[in-house]
Design a protein around this ligand. Structure first.
Ligand code: ADP
Length: 270
């Protein structure tokens, strides 16, 4: 059995994080072809557990994906969720806040998109932007963003208390891999639409973003809402690792089918 990455990638509460020391190109000894086959097996298992979660209707799961540009948040979501029951999942992509969002606290828009009981929610970016891009680009004063780590821990603890199991993945790419992928977006007409000029501004702020990620992960990796640092230079490794982390999370909460209704058991349907 291939090494289970979920243990090795998990950041224990209080641990120091140095992203430079975390590999971006680990393969865990997996082979590409067998990893693809295993991804399909993991997805079949996810499908079964998602159905049980829906039948149980008491709890939910939230997978948070954060990453530097071009690390593959969208590709991960496509790879993991395609072929599964769309009714069981909800994906929310968080963009630059606008409209009523900017007139509320930073968690307002996030809370309303938290998954309802029975569902698995995936956040493509999240409330973490409010201590990442907001911090790096000084969008609010330090006195404001620095208080947000505690608010995030409190918010996630509230969700956990109310039945949502949270798991957070940082898709970790190297600076060189990001360069190649952004260049491909410029060069390939099929990928042009993914390129934003702002991606280059963010790329110039690479060290500041890495430092902001390190700090955010250190401050908010808790037993109930742990961070995982997922090597993301190889798409197939990234996809299988995130799928296994999600599967492990569901296996841990072990959703149960409701007991059979005695008034229904044995009835003959005419
Ligand atoms: P993505 O890069 O996720 O595929 P976009 O290209 O539309 O999607 O980029 C979304 C942008 O929104 C990112 O630059 C991200 O930093 C920004 N963003 C998301 N949430 C916030 C926030 N709370 N404050 C400021 N910017 C944000």
């Amino acid at each position: 059995m291939a090494k289970d990455p979920t243990r090795a990638l998990r950041i224990e509460p209080g641990a120091k994080v140095s992203l430079k020391r975390w590999p971006t190109d680990d393969t865990f000894g997996w082979e590409k072809e067998s990893a693809k086959a295993e991804l399909e097996a993991v997805k079949q298992r996810l499908d079964v557990l998602q159905q049980r979660l829906a039948a149980e209707q008491r709890r939910s799961v939230l997978l948070v994906l954060q990453a530097m540009d071009a690390a593959g948040k969208d590709g991960t979501i496509r790879a993991i969720l395609s072929g599964l029951n769309p009714a069981g999942f909800q994906v929310t992509s968080f963009k630059v806040p606008g409209g009523p969002e900017i007139d509320h606290d930073f968690l307002w828009r996030v809370h309303s998109d938290a998954p309802a009981h029975g569902r698995i929610g995936v956040f493509n970016r999240s409330h973490y932007e409010d201590v990442l891009v907001v911090r790096v680009k000084n969008l609010v004063p330090k006195s404001v963003w620095s208080r947000r780590y505690d608010h995030i821990v409190g918010f996630e603890s509230l969700l956990a208390d109310e039945g949502t199991t949270i798991v957070k993945c940082f898709l970790h790419v190297s600076n060189e891999t990001q360069r190649q992928r952004l260049q491909a977006r410029v060069d390939d007409p099929e990928k042009n639409w993914k390129f934003r000029a702002g991606d280059l501004d963010d790329r110039h702020l690479w060290p500041q973003f890495q430092a902001a990620y390190e700090h955010a992960i250190e401050r908010t990796s808790t037993a109930r809402a742990p961070w995982y640092i997922v090597p993301a230079d190889r798409n197939w490794v990234r996809n299988l690792a995130v799928a296994r982390i999600l599967l492990h999370t569901l296996e841990r909460i072990d959703p149960k089918l409701p007991p059979p209704d005695p008034s229904v058991t044995g009835r003959i349907v005419q």
